[in-house]
Design a binder for this molecule. Structure first.
Ligand SMILES: Cc1ncc(COP(=O)(O)O)c(C=O)c1O
Length: 463
């Protein structure tokens, strides 16, 4: 057994080799405890995964029961009662706008299936040339090659460009730094119109699907499009028989104060992808849901969706998803997300007034992004890094220093860069506490956040 002194000599291949990582031994609600007896606050639960908070004993009991009964069944052999129950619950939550569900063990896997599902729909619809996936810059859809290709997360793509697949991208719906230099109250939804332009440029007969996060995840930290953006996108997709895929791996499963982020825009997709908080953080989970139109197109010709993974539709993931939904409902947690989200937003807005670098505060429910700038009026970013290879980074970047400072104060933050285009330009963090959070805990988070921000601003010469 290793103790904390030997952390750098352990056998783990870390994401950042050479960095010192604490060893966490226990979790309780939004708190994590390390083997030195230190208590940390997990401000994004995971990121955005452990929505139920740590340490709920019930899930162990549910899993044990299912494991003893039937731990694994290959999806090709048949169904399990828990799988039927879970898929039905998921579809009912969409008011049956999504009529079928397939369960997998993670977000990237789910997006992969969604892309293949779109392809199979077009094949069985006799549109064999419809293959291209259009995504958006500054989006993120996963870390496998096709999902990385569909996403527009420049920093994560950079090293792997030689391996990426043929996809295309349009500008994001990013009102704070609109790529068209417009304001949301007077624009013509140029960011949505860009989709039609791209479709026409590529040839509509070659385009399979458009994929987007209804509310941005890590790429733009909770950027929210104009309310009618997806209605326009939907019209464009329908006009050219292009499927609309929502990646709700972050914005779904209650995170924004509604079951699904798309409800804010009253525009359902053809394919809905879920993950992360879908299983409350108690099991690796993902789901792909589809409208009947897609399922029937394949079923009518006795076709196939050749996108199975060995652990797809396994009873363990089904159990945890089903019990997570029950827990959310029994404890009225989605309403708590909405209420606490409003409280957190108001409190962060107050802090924003006091701090010269807090340029933008955005998001919905308990999904919040904060963007930092040198000048609130011009929105100039804090530093303009020269073009650097993706492996270099900028360790003294504002968001990284804030993250480090917060960690010193035992607050775990999710910090990102690249919102002002490119790999590193722009600094932001995302806040996404667990769904059982209360006002006192939000105050606790924000008081440490503010102290850490104050120190970081001081270090960067802002105060
Ligand atoms: C919007 C979005 N899509 C896809 C993924 C990939 O999910 P996973 O990391 O579970 O493979 C993520 C993960 O952060 C995500 O935020």
């Amino acid at each position: 057994m290793k103790n904390s002194e030997e952390i750098v000599e352990n056998y783990i291949f870390d994401e950042f080799p050479g960095e010192r990582y604490p060893t966490f031994t226990r979790g309780e609600g939004m708190y994590l405890f390390d083997d030195q007896g230190n208590k940390f606050i997990d401000t994004t639960c995971g990121p955005v995964t452990n929505s139920l908070g740590h340490g709920l004993p019930d899930f162990g009991i549910f899993l044990e029961k299912q494991m003893k009964n039937l731990a694994f069944l290959h999806r090709g052999y048949g169904h399990t009662p828990i799988l039927k129950e879970t898929c039905q619950k998921l579809c009912n939550l969409t008011h049956d706008e999504m009529s079928k569900a397939l369960l997998v063990c993670g977000g990237s896997e789910a997006v992969e299936v969604a892309i293949k599902m779109a392809r199979m729909y077009h094949i069985y619809n006799n549109n064999l040339t419809k293959t291209l996936i259009i995504g958006r810059w500054q989006s993120y859809h996963g870390n496998t090659m096709i999902t990385l290709s569909a996403g527009g997360f420049v920093k994560r793509r950079a090293a792997f460009i030689p391996y990426l697949h043929n996809t295309s991208h349009i500008p994001p719906a990013y009102c704070y730094r609109c790529w068209f230099n417009k304001e949301p109250n007077s624009c013509n939804l140029e960011c949505a119109q860009a989709l039609e332009d791209e479709i026409l440029g590529q040839g509509h007969e070659n385009v399979s699907a458009f994929i987007a996060e209804p509310i941005s995840g890590t790429g733009l930290c909770a950027a929210v499009p104009r309310e009618d953006y997806f209605k326009r996108v939907r019209e464009i997709c329908d006009k050219y028989d292009i499927l609309l895929i929502y990646d709700e791996i972050i914005s779904g499963s209650g995170r924004t104060g509604k079951w699904f982020g798309y409800e804010h825009f009253k525009t359902p997709p053809d394919i809905l992808v879920l993950g992360k908080g879908l299983a409350g953080g108690y099991f690796p989970a993902g789901a792909i849901m589809s409208s009947l139109k897609i399922y029937n197109k394949i079923a009518d010709v006795q076709g196939v969706l050749p996108a199975g993974y060995t652990w797809a539709n396994n009873p363990m993931v089904a159990t945890v998803i089903s019990k997570t939904i029950d827990y959310y409902q029994k404890h009225n947690l989605i309403a708590n997300v909405e209420n606490m989200g409003k409280y957190m937003f108001d409190e962060v807005k107050k802090i924003q007034k006091e701090h010269p670098t807090m340029g933008d505060v955005r998001g919905k429910g308990l999904l919040m992004g904060i963007e930092f700038v040198r000048d609130k009026t011009t929105k100039e970013t804090i530093d303009h890094p020269l073009i650097a290879p993706p492996t270099v980074g900028r360790p003294n970047a504002f968001h990284l220093q804030l993250k480090k400072e917060a960690k010193k104060n035992h607050l775990l933050l999710l910090a990102h860069s690249g919102c002002a285009k490119g790999i590193y330009d722009g600094d932001m963090i995302m806040l996404g506490p667990y769904f059982r959070v209360n006002k006192e805990q939000i105050d606790e988070i924000l008081s440490i956040f503010e102290k850490s921000l104050y120190n970081t601003e001081k270090e960067h010469g802002f105060i």
